[in-house]
Ligand binder design. Structure first.
Ligand SMILES: [Fe+2]
Length: 183
């Protein structure tokens, strides 16, 4: 399973450009997390890239979202570890987070939304000038990007990361793919 095959499959199943960008952002954060934690960067990155592949196929039905995604990932050649992380990133299934990969995907997913929202309120709408301290300030504003689940992001602690390090790492990772994200 190459990255190109995964990206082609994501694009074949997801039309919405912002959804594809969300998966690219998640991939970038997952790669950075794997590097930081001494884990497999390709495995973690591709899990991030794949994690919402069923978003449009399941049409917002949270009882099937990520179950289908895990099956599609397996068909593409993803390992059981990857499929499990994809399955349990949707809490609706009640599948507990077990592996580091499960925990990483779970906390990286909503961080992308918080960072994108923090960029979009900037006049230049560019990641380059955004600082981690600004994102952390936004994190504490409950009404800001309320869909970016703070409790979920905070579970980076289960990977041994403080929130400020996690936010900084995520921001730098997204800056690295800013052109792909159009930010
Ligand atoms: Fe997601």
């Amino acid at each position: 399973m190459t990255r190109e095959e995964v990206l082609d499959s994501v694009k074949a199943n997801v039309e919405n450009e912002n959804s594809i960008k969300h998966m690219l952002a998640t991939e970038a954060i997952m790669r950075a997390l794997a590097k930081r934690l001494g884990e497999d960067e390709e495995e973690w990155g591709l899990t991030g890239l794949l994690h919402d592949i069923d978003m449009e196929l399941t049409g917002g039905d949270m009882s099937s979202h990520s179950k289908l995604g895990a099956d599609l990932a397996r068909e593409l050649g993803a390992s059981e570890t990857m499929a499990h992380a994809i399955l349990c990133h949707n809490e609706a299934h009640g599948v507990p987070l077990e592996t580091k990969l499960d925990k990483a995907l779970f906390c990286a997913d909503p961080l992308t939304g918080l960072i994108v929202a923090a960029v979009l309120v900037r006049p230049d709408k560019k990641l380059a000038g955004l600082e981690a301290k600004s994102v952390l300030k936004r994190f504490k504003e409950k009404g800001f990007a309320a869909g970016a689940n703070r409790e979920q992001i905070s579970r980076c602690s289960e990977l041994g990361l403080e929130l400020d390090e996690f936010v900084g790492l995520g921001l730098e990772a997204m800056k690295g793919v800013a052109a792909d994200l159009g930010l």
